[in-house]
Design a protein around this ligand. Structure first.
Ligand code: C2E
Ligand code: CA
Ligand code: CA
Ligand code: CA
Length: 278
């Protein structure tokens, strides 16, 4: 559609015309926002069920534009991927996260930060190098950074060996990889062999139907057992209720994340949560 001439545009229904307008407005405003670093990163805690401590946080981008208002990630990220601006969002989030992790580290707060990166960002052959650069510029130990990739990422990485090379390079430096949204995408099991995955994140869709379906319970139990047998840590995301937590404990899930612990909040709020814990 982007290359479409005037005639094609005119023949679009008014609904898709509106969507197109919104998209180009978002693109235009996002460029500006990135330039002025007018985005924000919130953090959602991940609770280790064995120690009962918050051991990590997931970095989630937030953008509220003066003109457009809040643009939620589910709308923002696909548009950013399409336009290539995802690389700039990635650089912004990586830098913010590394600065924050370094700061916490200096203050004796032991927290890893998990960053969402898309396959498109790893198509940049300098991706690994630029992450390592940011780590050294911000004085952030690599071991404090986790990278969340999706099954779609894994599928595409398989066909592009230099992506896997970059992952291995980062892994050697101490960065951990998380397979996000596990169970929703393509044939997942092969990637456990192929990619340096240390944590498997069971998609929240499963967690949300946990109490309704015995089948889902068996499925999750099976996923946890599978991960354990592969020596992979299991994290359940989207945990909202005490009942879900109890079952996940029973299944010996390692880590949970979700509204039950906290919604995504700013770094100050994370510090408060940690202090209250002690
Ligand atoms: P995700 O990586 O699967 O992130 C989890 C999403 O679930 C987040 O939505 C989070 O706020 C939400 N969530 C957490 N706990 C609960 C819960 O208990 N219940 C429910 N219903 N939801 C929960 P968010 O922040 O809107 O992000 C949506 C998606 O956008 C993310 O899904 C991720 O794929 C993408 N995204 C967000 N930030 C970034 C980023 O910085 N870079 C990239 N590439 N993608 C991002
Ligand atoms: Ca994620
Ligand atoms: Ca997820
Ligand atoms: Ca998701």
């Amino acid at each position: 559609v982007r290359e479409a001439g005037g005639n094609n545009i005119a023949s679009l229904s008014s609904k898709s015309h509106k969507a197109l307008n919104r998209k180009s407005l978002i693109e235009k405003r996002l460029l500006l926002a990135l330039d002025q670093k007018n985005l924000e990163v919130l953090y959602q805690p991940q609770l280790d069920l064995n120690s009962g401590e918050i051991i990590a946080v997931e970095a989630l981008v937030r953008w509220e534009d003066e003109e457009i208002g809040v643009v939620p990630p589910d709308e923002l990220i696909p548009i950013a991927e399409e336009t290539g601006l995802i690389n700039d969002i990635g650089s912004f989030v990586i830098e913010e996260a590394c600065k924050q992790a370094a700061l916490w580290n200096e203050r004796g707060v032991n927290l890893k930060i998990s960053i969402n990166l898309s396959v498109r960002e790893f198509r940049d052959k300098n991706m690994a190098k630029s992450i390592l650069n940011t780590l050294s510029q911000t004085n952030c130990p690599a071991s404090l950074i986790q990278i969340e990739i999706t099954e779609k990422f894994a599928l595409e990485a398989e066909a592009e060996s230099y992506i896997i090379k970059q992952m291995r390079l980062l892994e050697n430096e101490g960065i951990t990889f998380v397979l996000d949204d596990f169970g929703t995408g393509y044939a997942s099991f092969r990637y456990m062999q192929l990619l340096p995955i240390e944590i498997l994140k069971i998609d929240q869709m499963f967690i949300h139907s946990l109490m309704m379906s015995e089948k889902t319970q068996r499925l999750i139990k099976g996923m946890v057992q599978f991960a354990k047998s592969m020596n992979i840590t299991v994290l359940a995301e989207g945990v909202e209720t005490e009942e879900q937590l109890q079952l996940l404990k029973e299944f010996e899930c390692d880590i949970i994340q979700g509204f039950l612990i906290s919604k995504p909040v700013n770094a100050k709020e994370i510090k408060k949560l940690i202090n209250n814990q002690k």
